[in-house]
Write a protein that binds this ligand. Structure first.
Ligand code: GLU
Length: 359
């Protein structure tokens, strides 16, 4: 028996689609069987399932040409209904209730919205309902969308304090070369200290929006927060129980989590970089101090310039002399006040360490 209490599982569009793009109901039913079995053992699970757009596309014949936004809205509206219906019926056969949570990036942008969303999932779990989440593609504004559901799953994993995030895709994990090359092997354990970006191939998947590059970026970020992350093949038989029981015959990539877990607020900030309202540019000394071993807050003395207009408590990016983003944090002052304080000594931090996430 596994010893975990709560996990998040992300199911990619490619896992749920057949080669012709239709919804693979056999696969879906097999995954539900696995989840139902783990549910009976008392494991709490949050499912982040893609596949709305892919399954909607196969459902309707469109007359004429549709622009990208209209196509996404139409297909996701139809496909999400189909998807959740199937899940509902499959879980029902096991006597389990599931519920649908559709969200947008904007509805996780402020701390208040974030906590409200967290409350929704918590109350579902408390009542033994399995949350099935997806981005609401019918109302998501292109510029403000999640890169893909990998990004959404990372945010949810951090928000819900899960112990593990399992990302199911249609390949076995991260390979040492091209997955199609017979000499490539799956890297079974990924150490956060080692940089393996050279192994990450940027090709996109056939039906979803994501690719290995975002999976890797999100997996690292989540593992740094103390959460175990696994990238595995959702088409492998009985994959979920086998991962959780640490079956060594099945191949997948596991990111070894940091021992030091981050606080709830820090986790929220870590996943909030795309909500940043401004930039704080700092000098080399400040950059060195922040990225060193000690826990240090960003003081006005290290700031060289401030860009954008932000309010107190807004998220800001912290940028070093080379123009690299080294972190994100919650501003203790608005942009006007921060500008006044540039270079001054003896003031309170502009970003306190407790509200600072370093890349
Ligand atoms: N939300 C999209 C869908 O359900 C998937 C996004 C992704 O591919 O990650 O179709």
């Amino acid at each position: 028996m596994h010893r975990l209490k709560r996990i998040a599982i992300k199911v990619g569009s490619n896992v749920l689609s057949r080669d012709d793009g239709s919804l693979d109901v056999t696969r879906m039913s097999a995954l539900v069987d696995q989840i139902a079995c783990l549910h009976r053992e008392g494991l709490e699970m949050i499912l982040i399932s893609s596949g709305a757009v892919a399954s909607g596309k196969n459902e309707i014949r469109v007359k004429g040409k549709l622009d990208d936004v209209s196509a996404r809205q139409l297909y996701s509206a139809v496909g999400q209904a189909k998807l959740i219906n199937r899940y509902y019926d499959f879980f029902r056969e096991h006597g389990i209730t599931c519920g649908q949570v559709l969200t947008t990036k904007e509805s996780l942008g402020t701390r208040n919205h974030y906590l409200n969303q967290k409350n929704c999932i918590s109350v579902m779990l408390e009542n033994k309902v399995i949350p099935i989440m997806n981005e609401n593609d019918t109302i998501s504004v292109t510029e403000l969308m999640f890169t893909d559901n990998d990004e959404l799953s990372g945010m949810i994993a951090a928000m819900m304090d899960v112990e593990a995030l399992i990302i199911l895709s249609n390949i076995d994990g991260i390979y040492t070369g091209l997955p199609t090359d017979p000499d490539s092997e799956v890297i079974r354990e990924i150490d956060l200290e080692k940089d393996i970006t050279a192994y990450i191939h940027t090709s996109k998947s056939a039906f979803g929006r994501g690719g290995m590059a975002t999976k890797y970026r999100i997996a690292r970020k989540v593992a740094r927060e103390g959460i175990e992350v696994v990238i595995a093949n959702g088409k492998t038989e009985n994959i979920l129980p086998r991962i959780l029981r640490r079956n060594t015959e099945v191949v997948y990539s596991r990111f070894v989590p940091s021992v030091k877990a981050s606080s709830g607020v820090k986790k929220w900030i870590a996943h909030s970089d795309s909500f940043a309202k401004g930039e704080i540019h700092i000098n080399a000394n400040a950059a060195k101090a922040l990225t060193g071993e000690k826990a240090i807050s960003l003081l006005p003395v290290g700031i060289v310039s401030v860009k954008g207009d932000f309010e107190k408590d807004d998220i800001v990016r912290i940028i070093d002399g080379e123009g690299e983003v080294i972190g994100v944090g919650k501003a203790s002052y608005d942009s006007e006040k921060t500008r006044e304080l540039i270079g001054r000594k003896g003031n309170k931090p502009v970003v306190h360490y407790d509200y600072l996430y370093l890349e």
